[in-house]
Design a protein around this ligand. Structure first.
Ligand SMILES: Cc1cc2nc3c(=O)[nH]c(=O)nc-3n(C[C@H](O)[C@H](O)[C@H](O)COP(=O)(O)OP(=O)(O)OC[C@H]3O[C@@H](n4cnc5c(N)ncnc54)[C@H](O)[C@@H]3O)c2cc1C
Length: 301
């Protein structure tokens, strides 16, 4: 008998128990979440959060898992996936509206279709709108802060709120969303009319640069460390002699030292240990304290 699970199943059709998180993160590592639910609407999302609060069960909001390392021990709570079911995308004039579960690839494709420029930088970032707003994701001189007009959130008490660009406190890979425990449900982006051929050419150029520079052939979570002020994590890691350095199946990419990759069979513990050694060696070599960009979920002790 698991009354909590029964209640969860009544609210959301796609509900699972002991769900391996390795299926849901781009690192392809991590143990099971006690409960996993993928709500099909904002109404279901609110109901699940309310249930968790009432039952005092911890919960975690998951997007595409592309910036996340989950402990091998898993997570003793409810992973709530804001995914494709909450991923509607539409345009009106030069505004683009997207549900939080829409992928950045899909909003960039929709912008191209509508002849709108501004989201070219986002086309190759493998996250959702929700995850990208939390992280203020960015690439090649573009970032979400430059195009977002407003974000719709649910508070932890289930109230709906609309936050304007300034209220989001967007900084380098940060926003107020996590500290305030908001859940992103959608966002509006303010774009500009552009030439579709030029928009497509820009996206193709950035995709080619990514393919050339990044180890896209291996599971990873993108740049593992934040860019230190006035420097580059990858450069510091290379200078510390760590190119190709590995712990178990986790490895500092030879193609781009800023990426830790899963070369096959890595555990999350391997990745954490590798990150610890990288931080230690870089500090010894250059005096710079690297900080993780990836988010951690679960117990790593
Ligand atoms: C190959 C590769 C390349 C990458 N390149 C880039 C890049 O160029 N630029 C860049 O910025 N990032 C890059 N990333 C990292 C990652 O794609 C981004 O950080 C992305 O924004 C994360 O989105 P996500 O949906 O996967 O979030 P997740 O990894 O699922 O979650 C990240 C955080 O956001 C929270 N979250 C997710 N959705 C919501 C929501 N709806 N409401 C509230 N909180 C939420 C989670 O709780 C977690 O704390 C790359 C990753 C990979 C694997």
């Amino acid at each position: 008998m698991d009354l909590f699970y029964d209640s969860l199943c009544e609210l959301v059709e796609d509900t699972r128990r002991d769900e391996p998180m390795s299926r849901h993160v781009t690192f392809r590592t991590g143990g099971p979440a006690d409960y996993f639910a993928a709500p099909a609407s904002v109404r279901e999302l609110r109901a699940v959060v309310t249930l968790c609060r009432e039952a005092e069960k911890p919960y975690f909001i998951l997007g595409n898992g592309s910036n996340l390392l989950v402990s091998d021990k898993g997570y003793r709570g409810v992973v709530i996936q804001v995914g494709r079911a909450l991923g509607r995308v539409q345009t009106a004039g030069s505004l683009l509206f997207a549900g939080a579960g829409a992928t950045l690839a899909s909003i960039a494709a929709r912008a191209l279709e509508a002849g709108l420029t501004g989201l070219e930088f986002a086309a190759g970032i493998p996250g959702t709108v929700g995850g990208a707003m939390v992280m203020n994701a960015g690439a090649y001189d573009g970032e979400m802060s430059q195009v977002v007009e407003s974000v719709d959130v649910l508070t932890k008490f289930g109230e709906e709120k609309k936050l304007g660009n300034k209220e989001l406190k967007l900084g380098y890979r940060t926003s107020c969303i996590l500290p305030m425990e908001y859940i992103v449900t959608g966002a509006a982006f303010s774009l500009r009319p552009g030439d579709p051929a030029a928009i497509r050419a820009k996206m193709d150029e950035l995709a080619a640069r990514r393919k050339e520079k990044q180890p896209l052939e291996f599971p990873s979570a993108g740049s593992t460390f934040k860019r230190p002020a006035g420097n580059f994590a990858g450069k510091l890691i290379m200078e510390a002699g760590l190119k190709g350095f590995s712990v178990g199946g986790a490895c500092v990419s030879e193609k781009h030292c800023g990426f830790v990759v899963n070369k096959g069979g890595a555990s999350s513990a391997d990745i954490m240990e590798l990150c610890r050694i990288v931080k230690e060696r870089v500090r010894e070599h250059s005096g710079v304290a690297l900080e993780l960009e990836i988010r951690l979920l679960g117990d790593f002790s």
